[in-house]
Structures are given as C-alpha cells and as structure tokens.
Design a protein around this ligand. Structure first.
Ligand code: PLP
Length: 327
C-alpha cells in the first residue's frame, strides 16, 4: 500500500522543532516567485517571513538564477582544502568591502550555527595563543539566539532556549539581563550598570561577549537601544574582552542599515553573517575578523592553525550566488 507524499512526509521526515508524534501540518510548495509561494493545490500565499528572513531579493531572482546556472556549468563543488576558486575570492572581496575596514580576514562556513562555532573558536584560540587559557567563558544577554549546535546553544536564552533539555551537555555561560530600553527610549546610564559589574567581576575568565546587535530576532523580535551596544564595545575595550556580533539575522539591510552595528557605529572584533548572504538561495555563512585576531591566532599552538574545516566550506555554487547577491 502506497501512502500519499504528504502522509509519507508526516510519518518519516522531521521538520524544524517538531515531534514525530502528531507533528504540525506541513504544506507542500511547488514553486516560488517574487514574494509568493505556490502550493500543490494551486493556492498562492505571500511569504511574509521570506523563508526565515533570508530571501532578500525575492524568490527566483533572475540575476541570481542566471549566476547559479552559470556556476553549475563550471562546477557545483570542489573542496576548499589546498584549492581556491573565483567565487570564494569574489565573495570575500565583497564582504571585506561592505563590512567595517578592520574586518579583513574571512572564514567561509556552511551555516549560521557553524559560523558562530568558528567565531567562538577564534575567540578561544586568540586567548590560547597568548597563554591565557583561563579566558574561556562567554558573556551574552538573555533573550538571544545564536544557533542550534552545542556551543551556539550555550549562549541562547537560558529559559526559552534548549538548556533545560541538554543541561548536562552544555557548559554554562554568563547571562546578563536582556536590554530593556528600546531605540525610542531615553538612555539612562544605570541601564548598563549590571553589565559593568559583570565585566569587573568576570573579565579575567571572559574570552568574548556575543550578541545580536540591535535586534534579538528568533528570541522575540526585540529591538534595543544602540547605546547599549556602544557601552558593550567600550567595556570590551576597557576590560580586554573580544566582541562577537552575530549579524546572521540582522545583516544585509534587515534593520535599515546594511549591518545593525552601524546603528551604534560599533565595529566588532568578530562578525558572523549568514541567512540572507546568498539571497536565501542556499546555505552559506561567514565569520570575519580583524588582522590582529587572525595573526594572534596564527602565533598560537598547533602551528597557529584555526581548527575548523567543514567538507562543504566555501562551496563554489553558494559563493557565486552570494557574491552576486551582494553585487
Ligand atoms: C538563524 C540564526 C543563527 C543560526 O543560523 P543557521 O544557519 O540556522 O545555523 C544564528 N544566529 C542568529 C542570530 C540567527 O538568526
């Protein structure tokens, strides 16, 4: 007895954050164009979520389609170990030009969560290279979201995230209260009081602060005051802690500026981008950092290698589409 495709899907395929027992219904999309999805039964809906905020130019953008086809005719994939290619070079050039001047070293990762893992490794290796292994913890704010892999999960909101499930498997990080002042509120200096205390107390063991600049996306679309970001940048400088900006959701124009950090004129030491990087065509992400962080890591143990290298790192097809999206 054969079962319908939709019933097969229901019985055999996991969708994001669902149970195999009584899962939420999944609707079968046949095609997509512009901002619309067309379902199997012909119904058309507007995708107001643009596939989790990634599809910045609409579905089936003619320039992105044409670059993707052109790249497939050359090669869809080739490993990045000991090999390079034009799409990766073009993408890195564009990323370096679009982001603040200090960010000029690029790791091209295969998903947002992986780019966060790489960012955290960069921070840890930065301190290891300076023989400061005790600087290994992360500070973040409640209400954040940074991905589903383990270290990324450890800095997601401790209540709404997955901490309670994986309690024994994820290490504890430091969580300051979520910012309460919105961009429309008057800034008051006591808004950052708790943060200041945490830096004073814990800077000796802090490798980095990680946060989503200006908007906490998956954690509830909470917009916060840019002054908060400026304060964190200043505290990071004063107390010798790196700043990781996770712009995976906010990057590429999502908050009105190209990057949300621009609202506060702040440059992070490490920047993660993903989601809209390929115009929402396929998975790709990147972690950018400064010459200083990269060269310090380079002087570290193990020959100074940054210890990451996924199979599909720098995938040419994704890089070509991403470079065209940025163009
Ligand atoms: C989506 C998201 C991630 C994780 O990216 P994936 O590609 O889903 O792994 C990390 N950080 C933020 C802020 C995100 O919005």
């Amino acid at each position: 007895m054969s079962i319908s495709d939709i019933e097969f899907d229901r019985q055999h395929i996991w969708h994001p954050y669902t149970s195999m027992l009584n899962p939420l219904p999944a609707y079968k999309v046949e095609s997509a164009k512009g901002c619309s999805l067309t379902f199997e039964n012909g119904a058309e809906v507007i995708d107001g979520m643009s596939s989790w905020w990634a599809v910045i130019h609409g579905y089936r953008n003619s320039r992105l389609d044409s670059v993707a086809h052109g790249q497939i005719d050359k090669m869809s994939h080739v490993m990045f170990g000991g090999i390079t290619h034009q799409p990766a070079i073009d993408l890195a050039r564009r990323l370096i030009n679009l982001t603040p001047a200090e960010l000029e070293r690029v790791f091209i990762a295969d998903s947002g969560s992986v780019s966060v893992e790489v960012a955290i490794k960069m921070a840890l290796q930065f301190w290891l290279a300076q023989e400061r292994p005790e600087k290994h913890r992360l500070l973040t704010v409640k209400g954040g979201y940074h991905g589903d892999t383990f270290k990324a999960m450890s800095v997601c909101d401790p209540v709404n995230g997955m901490h309670h499930l994986f309690n024994k498997a994820i290490n504890s990080q430091l969580f300051a209260d979520a910012p309460t002042l919105t961009p429309n509120d008057e800034w008051t200096d006591d808004a950052g009081q708790q943060l200041r205390l945490w830096f004073e107390q814990f800077h000796g063991e802090l490798a980095a602060v990680i946060l989503e600049p200006i908007v906490q996306g998956a954690g509830g679309m909470r917009f916060y005051h840019p002054e908060y970001l400026r304060l964190i940048r200043k505290l990071c400088d004063d107390f010798n802690v790196l700043l990781i900006a996770d712009e995976i959701a906010t990057g590429f124009g999502r908050t009105g500026k190209l990057f949300a950090c621009e609202h506060a004129d702040v440059t992070p030491d490490i920047l993660c981008v993903g989601k809209a990087l390929t115009g929402g065509y396929m998975t790709l992400a990147a972690t950018l950092t400064t010459k200083k962080v990269a060269e310090t890591i380079g002087q570290g143990p193990g020959g100074g290698a940054l210890m990451h290298g996924p199979t599909f790192m720098g995938n040419p097809l994704a890089c070509a589409v991403a470079a065209e999206s940025l163009a």
